[in-house]
Design a protein around this ligand. Structure first.
Ligand code: FRU
Length: 501
């Protein structure tokens, strides 16, 4: 098999050629979803950053476009966001054309090499053709560096209530909020994350790629604010990962919800995803789901080994687009994630079974297409309480990717120690990745998404998510299940092949 055939995913965006990291500037307008991304088109490792570009009508199938933003003498184009300026507050719109404004970080390599502090500043560019071509603003930067070495990744959104643009950006060990009426003039509002006497949340490394947005609590009229903060390192299973906070935003200041804060103080950090491969994700601008939720995508890799993964032509893919919901259980608020419904349009051949008696190991599926599929599984906790279950993907070369649930320790896991090529990094597969089960429901449900080199697990209605990549020596073509400590009944499993590309 060629690298293309073996490793290029079908419905997870990859650049045709070259390096990719964070998703940037995602927005929806006139029927198209736009995705920009940190991109080095001339090499397969991180390098001078551009914004690559791709478009889609359904967030599933993406078409790469010409590069949107090139580095220039002010610096590399680091991560940022884009907004649809419907009222032309920026004044960049001409002849009634709605301008799209990109807000990004300039990262200046000359200052970095000279060991200066003011390496990073915020800048804007505008597009008058719905995001295809861009002009950088002549007045850049719009926010000068205030004396903080790491000062980047502006995420901007329109604040309805206060009729202004609000920016959240990462500033080393905190996030800072700025406000603006025109996207050009910005005033500092407040910060969050590092008070004089204590640090809030996880600070295993520098804070990056924040996001701030309101979201209704599912099934109620209540609205809370969500703050995402990526951190590298410091993730729950090592390396880079994204934490979140729930609270309120009064137009100037973010205040954590009391119960949420109490949980945090007890050491319960909240992670968007417990797998090793979901970083720097943010939400799409100018669109909400029918329930008022948001759409989200992350970068499906980890800074621990992203530059070393065994693909030469391109490096890295994005996660599947996910719908974000806020749920409230007896204890506190929690985010839940689901792959976007649009994937269902690609459903192909179906395998469905109920009440399967499992003793030891049982092969469920033997098909070349199992590695491009969406599956739904259901268990009764009562049936598996003495051990749990393990699923295994296998191939003719004897590689194996296993994942499942350990009912003794109440945790989900992914084990890629035998999954194929693993030697490119010491930390890629040295430990199982684990995620505590949050739900206490007697039913355990899960959605499994497979796309050749990635697995995305959404357990208990998306309240626990795990995303990981792998590189088998031949395509995975069998799916088996194995009992742990006790025989059990698998309540139901439905697997749909996905017909994409
Ligand atoms: C996160 C990040 C951002 C930065 C970009 C540079 O992965 O480090 O903070 O803007 O990547 O490519």
């Amino acid at each position: 098999d060629t690298e293309e055939g073996l490793y290029r995913p079908s419905f997870h965006f990859t650049p045709k050629v070259g390096w990719m990291n964070d998703p940037n500037g995602m927005f929806h307008y006139n029927g198209y979803y736009h995705l920009y991304y940190q991109h080095y088109p001339d090499g397969n490792k991180w390098g001078p950053m551009h914004w690559g570009h791709a478009i889609s009508t359904d967030m599933v199938s993406w078409k790469e476009q010409p590069i949107a933003l090139y580095p220039d003498d002010k610096g590399y184009i680091f991560s940022g966001s884009a907004v649809v300026d419907l009222e032309n507050t920026s004044g960049f719109g001409t002849g009634g054309q709605v301008p799209i404004i990109a807000i990004f970080t300039y990262h200046n390599m000359d200052i970095e090499k000279a060991k200066g502090i003011d390496v990073e500043s915020q800048a804007i560019a505008y597009s008058l053709d719905e995001g295809l071509t861009w002009t950088k603003y002549s007045g850049n930067p719009v926010i000068q560096n205030p004396g903080i070495r790491d000062f980047r990744d502006p995420k901007v959104s329109w604040n309805e209530e206060h009729e202004k643009w609000v920016m959240v950006l990462a500033a080393q060990d905190k996030v800072m909020f700025y406000g603006s009426k025109d996207l050009k003039n910005w005033e500092l509002l407040s910060d969050f994350g590092a008070d004089f006497n204590k640090e809030i949340g996880t600070h295993g490394g520098v804070w990056e790629c924040p996001d701030l947005f309101p979201i209704p609590v599912e099934g109620t009229d209540e609205v809370k604010w969500v703050l995402y903060v990526s951190v590298n390192p410091g993730g729950p299973n090592g390396g880079s990962a994204t934490q979140y906070f729930i609270g309120d935003f009064d137009g100037a200041k973010f205040t954590m919800d009391k119960d949420f804060e109490a949980a945090l103080n007890k050491g319960q950090n909240h992670w968007i995803d417990f797998g090793k491969d979901n970083y720097a994700g943010v939400t799409f601008s100018n669109i909400t789901s029918k329930d008022g939720g948001k759409f989200y995508m992350g970068w499906m890799s980890n800074w621990e080994y992203a530059n070393e993964v065994p693909t030469e032509t391109w490096r890295s893919a994005m996660t599947v687009a996910r719908e974000v919901k806020l749920i409230k259980d007896s204890q506190s608020y929690r985010l839940a994630f689901d792959p976007v419904d649009e994937i269902d349009a690609y459903k192909g051949v179906k395998y469905k079974k109920e009440n399967i008696a499992v003793e030891g190991e049982l092969e469920l599926i033997n098909s070349e297409k199992v590695n491009l599929s969406r599956a739904a599984i259901n268990f009764n906790i009562a049936d598996i309480k003495k051990g749990g279950f393990t699923f295994k993907l296998g191939n003719k070369k004897g590689d194996e990717l296993s994942f499942g649930y350990d009912s003794i320790d109440h945790k989900f896991f992914i084990d890629r120690s035998k999954s194929g090529q693993i030697g490119f990094s010491d930390t890629f597969s040295s430990k199982q990745s684990i995620a505590p089960r949050i739900s206490s429901s007697e039913k355990l449900s899960g959605t499994i998404l497979l796309d050749k080199t990635s697995i995305e697990l959404f357990f208990d209605e998306g309240s626990t998510v795990m995303t990981e990549i792998f590189f088998p020596n031949a395509p995975f073509d069998t799916l088996s299940i194995e009992t742990v400590n006790q025989d059990f009944i698998l309540d139901s499993i439905e697997v749909n092949e996905l017909n994409i590309n």
